[in-house]
Structure formats: structure tokens, C-alpha cells
Design a protein around this ligand. Sequence first.
Ligand code: PLP
Length: 259
Amino acid sequence: MMTPRGTYTRHVSSVADRLDQVHARVEGAARDAGRDPAEIRVLVATKTQDADAVREAVEAGATLIGENRVQELTVKAPELADLVAAGTLTVHLIGHLQKNKINAALGAASGIQSVDSLALARALSTRCERSGHDLDVMIQVNVSGEASKSGVAADDARQLALEVATLPYLRLTGFMTIGANTADAAVIRAGFSRLRTIRDAVHASGAPGTSEARELSMGMSRDLDLAIAEGATVVRVGTAVFGPRPTPPTSAPITGDPA
Ligand SMILES: *Cc1c(COP(=O)(O)O)cnc(C)c1O
């Protein structure tokens, strides 16, 4: 008799298989760069994936996920709350955050990788003061200068980081970027290298609040190898784990960096 293995089981193993492949890719890229793979965490980017899909990724070993949209985050968060409470799962926001959505975002995420202005950082710190919780933040930098991408301009990133680092309830853990939208590996790498230079300058500054600013969240499914070569400590991977995202029904494309 055949064991009744349904599509659910096959689906689980395919997410698990793909996540294994991502980890193998990370290890290969780390080895090529002469780095310890243990320095690099995989964040699973879960936009458009439902809570069951996220759960499959967690069962397959994912411990850190990133959501882009606050609205989507707040829908999924209650279904994942048990994993967060158990310490199995950490949730970060990796998409643009508007000030009027701070309360919703902080109800569901323990880290914000997309801080791109002092006004936003101040509002986050004030909100955290009220709730008495510290918040991990990264500065999102637009290293490619592409108009479609959010993030502070590379020239202004260092100053913003130094100011954010002084805010009382925020813990500046590092920097995040999205690689240039080009097939030219040298251009993508130059952007990642730029983020690393910014991180190094801030971390080495000795300025208040900068001693923990060591993370470089950079690299996605298409360019994580280049990012690891340039020092990434977090790579954010969606399609390589879940397969291609469905095309949205509206005219607004779901890109790597929705507005
Ligand atoms: C979607 C997304 C990712 C993952 O992109 P993939 O190409 O699916 O790996 C990473 N970072 C951000 C900010 C994203 O929006």
C-alpha cells in the first residue's frame, strides 16, 4: 500500500529543499569569500505568502522573516504569534514605513530594517518610550540612487545613522539596501561595497550608540552571492525559497521595494 502523502507534504519538502539550497549557496559564497558561513543569516522574505507558507518555512528551519507591507504584516502576525512567543521566529519589517502605521508595525515586528529618515526614527523612539520596549533598527540606504527605491541617499546615510544612534529607545544594529536593478554584477557589487564602507565608518566612529551597528542586510535571491562577497551578514530571500511570486491583479507591481 502506498502511504497517503498528499500535496501538502510534497509542498513542505519543496520549501525545505529550496531553503536547503539557499543555505548551500550561502555557504559556497562564504567559502569563496573566505568568510565563516555562521556570520550570515538568511531572512526569508514572505510578501504575498500566506501564514501557512511562512509556517512551512519555519518548520524547514527559517528563524527570521521579513514583511514589506504593514497591512500584510498585521494580517499574518496573529497566525504566527505562537512561533514568535516561543522564540522560534523573529519578524522584521523590510519595506517602507509611514509614520501613521508605526503602531501597527510595532505590534507585529521586533525590528525595522527600513528606517530612512530622522523624523521616522524619532517617531519610532517616542512610541517605544511609551511601551517601554527597545527596538532594533537598520538604516535603509539607496546605494544605487534609483528613483524607484526608498532609502536615504548614500551621501546622507552616515549622518542619519549617527543621529538615529543617539535616540534612546532604538538600537542601531546596522544597514540595509536593495541591490541595483541591473545585470551588471560590477555595478551591483559597487553598491554593496558602498554600504559596507558606510557601516565601517559608523561602526568605527566610536560615536554614541554605534557600537552594535555591524549588520549589513543586503542581497536577495538574484544577487546574494555578490552581497556575501561584500560582507553581507543578512541576506533576504523570497523567490529562491517559495518560487516565483504570483503576478498581482492590480497594475501596481510587487517589486523588491514597494512604495
Ligand atoms: C521581496 C524582497 C526581498 C526578496 O526578494 P527575492 O527576489 O524574492 O529574493 C528582499 N528584500 C526586500 C526589501 C524585498 O522586498
